[in-house]
Ligand binder design. Structure first.
Ligand SMILES: C[S@@+](CC[C@H](N)C(=O)[O-])C[C@H]1O[C@@H](n2cnc3c(N)ncnc32)[C@H](O)[C@@H]1O
Length: 303
């Protein structure tokens, strides 16, 4: 974050909305695809009159109808706890180094970084923070997620990032706007990614490897074929759509205490189908180390 909280509190609500005005050129109407303007710091609207309110919290909801999702407030709260405890730090550091290596410090220009399926926003917030501490300062972060609960937490914590509730299948931004698209542990829409990424931009996708959270997987999927997992098909699909420049497997173990094991269980879809008994069983097992096994794929559009 480049803005301190107390400084923000002294300013009026429109400050939170200024980032929309400054970046209004990147938006496109999700209904008719026309360009958008901003009215009185309150609404983003297109020339045909389709209008989307900027919430007090500083995000815009671009969904055309409400969407039911299994990602609820509790899950994002737990993801937030785990991410901000540093659970994903080696991954975020790898991505930040990669992006910093691509920034042209001799000819600085604003780098637009878009997190597609950003959840509660901490990955994007931390990557931007890390980039700034590496001397890459001219950045604009943009995050979308289909879950209002996720975006609500994100907009509370990171003021200078543009947050929107929106569907990956209908991204409310004009074509060729982004230098980097991040897609971390979330579904992909390669058609929309190819449309919104600049021709020389990079798509950074993070996917689980076969040992990701294996200590939990072994208990939750005991006796089922889901106990083992391969990401081959996901990589194949990426390769069909984008040219892979770099594929890095990152594996490490993290100590975990009792409080955080519960957050870890709640943050993952692994627990969605689990009974209360199975959840308690995992909690009582006294797991104190967890394996993180993720692959970071970086690619560019096929020319
Ligand atoms: C496992 S979570 C990962 C969230 C975040 N990237 C993280 O690593 O904490 C998957 C996310 O994808 C989002 N998602 C699923 N389908 C989506 C869609 N069609 N459009 C936008 N977001 C979507 C969910 O709401 C959820 O936040």
């Amino acid at each position: 974050m480049n803005q301190n909280k107390s400084e923000f509190i002294y300013q009026n609500g429109s400050v939170r909305k200024t980032k929309f005005k400054e970046n209004i050129h990147i938006f496109r109407c999700p209904i008719c695809t026309a360009g958008m303007g901003i009215y009185d710091f309150k609404d983003i609207l297109c020339e045909k009159g389709h209008s989307f309110n900027i919430a007090k919290k500083g995000y815009v909801n671009f969904l055309l109808k409400p969407v039911k999702t299994e990602y609820d407030k509790e899950m994002f709260y737990s993801r937030n706890k785990i991410i901000t405890k540093g659970f994903f730090d080696p991954i975020l550091e790898y991505i930040s180094d990669w992006i910093a290596g691509k920034s042209d410090r001799a000819h600085p220009k604003t780098m637009n970084i878009f997190d597609a399926g950003c959840g509660e926003g901490s990955h994007l917030g931390q990557i931007i923070h890390r980039l700034r501490s590496k001397g890459v300062s001219d950045l604009q972060g943009v995050g979308i997620d289909i879950s209002k609960e996720g975006i609500w937490i994100a907009s509370k914590d990171y003021f200078d990032i543009i947050w929107c509730v929106a569907d990956l299948a209908n991204i409310p931004f004009r074509s060729k706007q982004f230098d980097i698209i991040l897609n971390i542990l979330s579904p992909a829409n390669y058609r929309e990614f190819a449309r919104t990424l600049k021709d020389d931009g990079f798509l950074v996708k993070v996917i689980p490897g076969s040992n990701y959270l294996k200590e939990l997987r072994e208990v939750f999927y005991d006796g089922m074929d889901k106990q083992t997992y391969s990401n081959d098909k996901v990589i194949e699909l990426y390769r069909k759509n984008f040219k892979i420049l770099d594929l890095q497997e990152i594996q490490y173990r993290r100590m975990i205490d009792k409080e955080n094991i519960m957050h870890l269980i709640k943050m993952t879809p692994l627990s969605w189908a689990a009974t209360a008994d199975r959840m308690k069983q995992v909690f009582d097992m006294g797991i104190d180390q967890i394996t993180v096994d993720l692959s970071v794929i970086v690619g560019q559009k096929n020319k």
